[in-house]
Design a binder for this molecule. Structure first.
Ligand code: ATP
Length: 137
């Protein structure tokens, strides 16, 4: 029989952030956002910094992730993320301060390596700000 829910596991090197049966998962793939419903064909995707959204019943939940990998199987989605925070756990002021620091570094345009690091920090901060602000709506 076709499954009606998916087991979602969101894991970071520090902890398991989500382990729940959900109706649908949306994730920020490297080539664009994708959705996974129960019984999806298996695939692997690289993730970019952004929001992971999932629905349980009528409730939409938001997480900020800073990149990683997703394994989609018919009954299970596993997200291995460098960092992941539930929207409600995000410190908005910290994320705004991180965004400002990164923007400042990008303006200063130092060496290539600093540029890439600052760009990555900016993307992480933007993902956190978006997820935290969305959860407030
Ligand atoms: P910062 O410069 O503020 O430390 P960062 O992007 O360098 O930001 P990370 O290295 O991505 O931070 O994350 C380090 C740890 O702090 C991770 O456990 C991450 O989940 C957590 N974290 C980072 N920013 C926030 C935030 N704004 N709110 C809550 N937790 C955060």
């Amino acid at each position: 029989m076709a499954e009606k829910t998916l087991q979602l596991e969101v894991v970071t090197p520090e902890q398991t952030v989500v382990s729940e049966a959900v109706d649908i998962v949306m994730a920020p793939g490297y080539f664009g956002e994708f959705g996974a419903l129960p019984n999806h064909i298996p695939f692997l995707a690289q993730l970019q910094p952004g929001e992971v959204k999932y629905r349980i019943g009528g409730q939409l939940e938001y997480l900020a992730v800073s990149g990683g990998y997703a394994e989609v199987l018919p009954t299970k989605v596993t997200i291995l993320a460098t960092t992941a925070e539930h929207a409600k756990d995000i410190d908005l002021e910290r994320a705004r301060a991180a965004r400002e620091r990164a923007e400042q570094r990008l303006k200063e345009r130092q060496e290539e390596m600093d540029f890439l690091r600052a760009e990555a920090a900016l993307q992480r901060a933007i993902a956190r700000i978006r997820a935290a602000e969305r959860a407030k709506l």
